[in-house]
Design a protein around this ligand. Structure first.
Ligand SMILES: O=C(O)CCC(=O)C(=O)O
Length: 196
């Protein structure tokens, strides 16, 4: 599996074309037949465990069951590729209509394990990494069907955001965004830091 690490924050790995166009369409079709939650500005779906954005935690009573079989193939492939030590048990699906983004953040440290992996479906978009200590910034274009894996410093010491805008500058050319859906795979930890 070809991957890119240069030009990314330390600990980040980008795997282009992690899924085929056919699988991308299959996933989008399945997701669009599920219930979307509209409690944020963008629509989301949670699987495995519900993350409480306001309290910034995953509590034991927020377990909603094993991941649906329709979404487990990619997690298993990530394990087989050595990206995760154990199969991810939580997925948040984010939908970004043109112009929507996600604010700079580091994924909840006491809630989630050391590996975070986001699969991009639909439109390309920019993700912007910022080193919390030095303020260094690294913009990166996420192409459709790529997998972005965050470990080590990229997971813990750099924030990531998707700037809310309608287009991205790619190699000097302004490219319009359209609808993008991402699936972010994580493993849930207890508040004490051990596996639940
Ligand atoms: O949409 C993405 O690629 C990133 C999602 C993300 O950062 C998150 O769910 O915390």
């Amino acid at each position: 599996m070809a991957s890119v690490q240069s030009g990314l924050p330390p600990g980040a790995v980008l795997i282009p074309e992690f899924v085929s166009s056919m699988r991308e369409a299959e996933l989008l079709n399945w997701l669009d037949h599920q219930d979307w939650r509209s409690d944020l500005r963008r629509r989301v779906q949670h699987y495995g465990w519900v993350y409480d954005y306001r309290a910034r935690k995953v509590s034991a009573d927020s377990y909603i069951g094993p991941l649906p079989v329709e979404l487990t193939t990619e997690g298993r492939r990530m394990c087989e590729a050595g990206l995760f030590d154990e199969a991810p048990d939580q997925i948040i699906v984010n939908e970004y209509e043109t112009g929507q983004g996600i604010a700079p953040h580091v994924d909840c440290v006491p809630c989630f394990g050391p590996i975070i992996a986001s699969l991009s479906l639909g439109s390309q978009c920019e993700v912007l990494f910022v080193d919390k200590e030095s303020g260094a910034r690294i913009p990166l274009i996420l192409e459709p069907r790529c997998l972005l894996v965050l470990t080590k410093a990229a997971r813990f010491d750099w924030s990531h955001a998707i700037p809310a805008r309608k287009s991205d500058l790619i190699e000097g050319r302004r490219v319009q965004r359209s609808r993008r859906v991402s699936l972010t795979y994580r493993t849930v930890l207890s508040a004490e830091g051990s596996r639940m």
